[in-house]
Design a protein around this ligand. Structure first.
Ligand code: FAD
Length: 638
């Protein structure tokens, strides 16, 4: 009997953080999607845990940041510990984890399994999308005659349904006494018990025809191999143990993130976790060229023993170990990430690095956050297929920056403390701290900057908003709704819903010439040649493709909603009600102070500016109000 065949717009292989972020995006945008994973359950313990500020901002744009902020540990301060003369260690400095003002959200720490749970719930809520587990692809081919027809299901993938045995991951580390007594047990129990018929089709083969395939299948990616692509890179010849545990200790900074170098016992990175857990990254040793670490010799006891030597004279015991592992430091990246913009790879399939920079899960999710809306735009006919090329450019650049940072960070951690000016191999305290500070902004995820290209335009004035650099994420500040006096973070108006935003910082519209300028902008937006009417389908709401938000700098009560042109707060929906959520003032609120958005973003309070923001909140264009016709020219060539 011929295998059953089905069609889907996007097939995602792998339901780790990268795959689930893509599935979340696509389900939010109602794109026909299938996501498969060879494992029978998701991750429960261990692996990644650090969620950087930018990732929390993205979670907020999907509506589930709150869950992370509530459940996770928050990293506020980093304590630096160095060798003490005469033996032992001493605290040498305390620094903020991120520069104050980096983001309104914290750097939060929560086990990868919970992060995956948030996305699984979002996928279900947005479009009833579930992961199809215990399924693995066995072949992938593209019909060459259809490859440039992006409306065709040109890719054929054969899937095989696995047995329970095949789909059960080999456990690395231990999960002592089953699941830890957790307030999260209900979700986890559900995750641990896949539906009884999950493997009812054992051995069955089926064919899926897809318009796009995205390999989010981890460092040993099967999809990457089908494209004959390879990770290239380096290894630092050091190996580290990781322990997630409850600890009993007299070390005073155990609830802070700590970097620690000892005289000659190695280094540790301490990361406080949720549920009073602590993660210890412990330097275990070096390998010679070509030598492989025998992982079976690494146990929780051996990792703890090394930690005890490094932390002496402080004492530490681990009465409960939730998870442990051992890894060798290496930085590898795949130079190419797509085949004909029909098959893509993302996440660990695309780049791998040491976990200490706390970036793997974050950068992996940001890969597919970058890709998801672009796939949807092409599938929904909102953009030309050329936007898909920007995925390789934008994400390869970011991945390479991460690899470079991780390479330097890993060597800084693994090197011995410098013994003085003549010591050329050691790292001095000053060097380490300066480096740590310099990478902070990048590590928060907020400093990634995509270069100029089809989606980042340098045609307008770029000096009108110094706090909104082109290619970077829109930095959110509080403003106040003109209609109902509610304070809003602008970021909360930039929901991940696939829409572009034109944000008009209208300046001081009490000045007649400035008000006239705003009216000219509005008239252009309302005209047939303006971008709203050009890109919005005839019967759709005028804000369904591009939403306009207006933020004035003068006091909220010095103007009425009725003073604004209708296009800036249009009538919409079934009943034609006016949208009051589009008009804001950079003003004092009753209960939450003043956000000072203009000041923070470097915008002139009289003359203002316009910013165009992509569906992934990247600043795409800035210009003066007088340059408003650029809004229509922009993306005209897509
Ligand atoms: P993965 O998480 O590897 O997911 C890949 C998925 O694809 C898996 O579910 C797998 O079952 C599935 N799959 C694989 N092959 C197939 C196939 N052929 N068919 C179907 N499905 C398949 N990152 C951080 O950001 N912060 C940290 O603090 C951090 N700490 C870490 C600590 C450790 C000890 C380790 C090991 C990693 C850590 N990382 C950290 C890295 C992080 O776990 C990864 O970077 C992240 O999980 C990558 O996500 P991904 O979705 O690309 O891949």
């Amino acid at each position: 009997m011929a295998p059953q065949s089905s069609e889907v717009d996007v097939l995602i292989v792998g339901a780790g953080p990268a795959g689930l972020m893509l599935a979340t995006w696509l389900s939010k945008l109602k794109i026909s999607t299938r996501i498969i994973d060879k494992r029978n359950t998701k991750v429960f313990t261990g692996q990644a845990d650090g969620v950087q500020c930018r990732t929390v901002e993205v979670f907020q744009s999907f509506g589930f940041a709150e869950r992370l902020v509530k459940e996770g540990a928050h990293i506020n301060e980093v304590a630096h510990w160095e060798p003490k003369e005469g033996g032992g260690i001493q605290r040498t400095k305390r620094t903020p984890d991120n520069e104050p003002g980096t983001s309104r959200f914290p750097h939060a720490v929560l086990t990868q399994g919970r992060i995956e749970r948030f996305m699984l719930d979002a996928m279900r809520e947005f479009n009833d999308l579930e992961v199809h587990r215990s399924i693995q692809p066995t072949s992938l081919s593209i019909d060459p005659s259809l490859v440039s027809d992006f409306t065709s299901h040109a890719i054929s993938v054969t899937l095989r349904h696995l047995s329970e045995e095949e789909a059960t991951p080999t456990q690395v580390g231990t999960v002592a006494n089953g699941l830890f007594r957790s307030n999260l047990l209900t979700d986890e129990e559900a995750d641990a018990n896949p539906p009884p018929n999950a493997n009812g089709d054992v051995g069955k083969e089926e064919i899926v025809k897809a318009k796009f395939v995205v390999g989010c299948d981890g460092a040993r990616s099967w999809v990457r191999k089908q494209l004959d692509l390879h990770l290239e890179g380096d290894s630092a010849n050091t190996y580290w143990g990781v322990l997630d545990a409850l600890v009993i200790t007299d070390f005073p900074d155990i609830r802070l993130k700590c970097t620690m170098h000892s005289h000659d016992a190695g280094s540790i990175l301490i990361v406080p976790r949720e549920r009073d857990l602590v993660r210890l990254y412990v330097q275990l040793g070096h390998t010679e060229e070509g030598e492989r670490v025998d992982r079976t010799k690494v146990t929780p006891e051996s990792i703890l023993a090394t930690a005890q030597r490094i932390m002496a004279p402080y004492k530490i015991e681990t009465p409960y170990v939730e998870w442990f592992t051992c890894y060798e430091i290496g930085q590898r990246i795949c130079p190419k990430v797509t085949l004909d913009e029909r098959v893509f790879i993302a996440g660990d399939a695309f780049h791998t690095h040491s976990p200490k920079a706390g970036q793997g899960m974050n950068v992996s999710m940001m890969d597919t956050y970058n890709l998801g809306w672009k796939l949807a735009h092409v599938l929904q006919g909102k953009a030309d297929t050329s936007i898909l090329k920007t995925y390789q450019d934008e994400r390869h650049q970011t991945a390479q920056e991460l690899i470079d940072l991780d390479y330097r960070l890993s060597r800084m951690f693994s090197a011995k403390p410098s013994t003085g000016a003549d010591d050329k191999t050691g790292v001095s305290l000053e060097e380490f701290e300066a480096f740590f500070k310099s990478v902070g902004k990048w590590a928060s995820g907020t400093a990634a900057q995509y270069k100029s290209g089809v989606l980042v335009e340098k045609t307008g004035a770029t000096d009108v908003a110094k706090g909104l650099p082109l290619g970077m994420r829109f930095e959110s500040h509080q403003v106040v709704s003109i209609a109902d006096a509610r304070p809003w973070h602008i970021g909360d108006r930039l929901e991940s819903d696939g829409r572009w935003r034109i944000i008009i910082f209208a300046g001081d519209v009490r000045i007649a010439s400035q008000k006239a300028q705003l009216e000219k902008v509005a008239a252009y937006l309302d005209s047939p040649s303006g971008p709203l009417r050009t890109y919005t389908p005839p019967n759709a709401d005028i804000d369904s493709v591009i939403e306009t938000l207006t933020i004035i700098s003068n006091p909220r009560i010095s103007i009425e909603p009725n003073d604004f042109p209708e296009i800036l707060w249009p009538a919409k929906g079934e009943f034609g009600c006016r949208d009051y959520h589009k008009l804001y003032a950079d003003d004092e609120s009753w209960f939450s102070g003043k956000g000072e958005a203009y000041k923070h973003l470097g915008i002139d309070t009289e003359t203002g500016c316009i910013a165009v923001v992509r569906p992934d909140q990247t600043v795409s264009l800035t210009c003066r109000l007088e340059e408003h016709e650029l809004l229509g020219e922009f993306r005209r060539g897509d």
